[in-house]
Design a protein around this ligand. Sequence first.
Ligand code: FE2
Ligand code: FE2
Length: 376
Amino acid sequence: MAEYLTPKELERELRERSPESDRLIESLHNCDRRHFLEVTAKFAAMAAAAGVIQPHGFQLVNVAYAATTPGEAPDVAFRFAYVSDSHLFSRGMNHRFARAALKAVQDVNALDPQPDFVLFGGDLAQLGRADELALGQQILKELKAPVKMMVGEHDWYLDMGVKWREMFGPDHYSFDHKGVHFITLNSVVEKDFWSAKSYTPEERMNIVAGLDDGRQSRFEVGEAQRDWLRQDLAKIDKKTPVVVFSHSPLYKYYEPWNFWTADAEQVQALLFPFHSVTVIHGHTHQLLTNRIRNISFHGMLSTAWPWPYAPTGLPAVTLQMDRPDPFDQFDGCGDGTVDVLKNGQANANYNPWDRNPMSVTYAQLVTGIKGGGPSY
Ligand SMILES: [Fe+2]
Ligand SMILES: [Fe+2]
């Protein structure tokens, strides 16, 4: 029996159609808000009938949070939530992943108090198609809190980000929020591997979408964006807390799967002078933690599927999530929140569906995470 869903198994599962799910997904296109909410409710009922909703909800994250930081949580300055890696397929193919993205939206909307904003961590679409991105936009529009968008490679390589930027704006930008400087990067820039081989846009997209397709380049932030980052950071006091959003991890984890940013050291060098830096990334679809000098790194869960841990290169401080159950659609998937503390550091709160929530706190990270008291 396979330990994880391999890409081929995943593809096979995607072909298994539920006529009711497909019909509902079809009707989501260009529907009004009232119908959207009706469809959402039907999905919830279908999921409950199928027994896929477990007695773990986002509320439990708050319980755990309250248990670890009693009282008024005096250390927390503010909280943002994340939804990431939804990999929505075009209509007719996407019932499982659309349902999962809807579940994440419901989770975040149920948070009380609401987060200051929601980060979408990239890979909204599976193959960068306009209808996939439109479906994702429609789902994310239902979030009550403001949304900050980040691009992933699955969104980008069909048309080199044209549609994504038209819908969501610049692929890299910065903003300030409650004394913290936030930076969103496009870390999935690849060197041109397609022109010389005359690959079509679809071929290029399919190659990039393959986890271990050796024909593509390694991801990088690239010189142009590093120059922009240098100029952006030049205006910021070194004591100002910095939080960076990147799709790929801004370190070198496992090259064959592009769990990797080729110019990570150069980007890190720009961040080393700052007192407090946290990087929140998507792409790896797993609970993942790293710390390099002053920089803490937290991976986001995916709503679509969990990737296994890479055979080598796993950061020593990562507390490994148990192997996902290949027969449980939601196991190993999820969403989460990040608490930005008054000292500028951050705690990552994971809400893995069908499992107990857990937090990777800054205090655990700097004092030795293995003793951190995980709930797995
Ligand atoms: Fe992804
Ligand atoms: Fe990705």
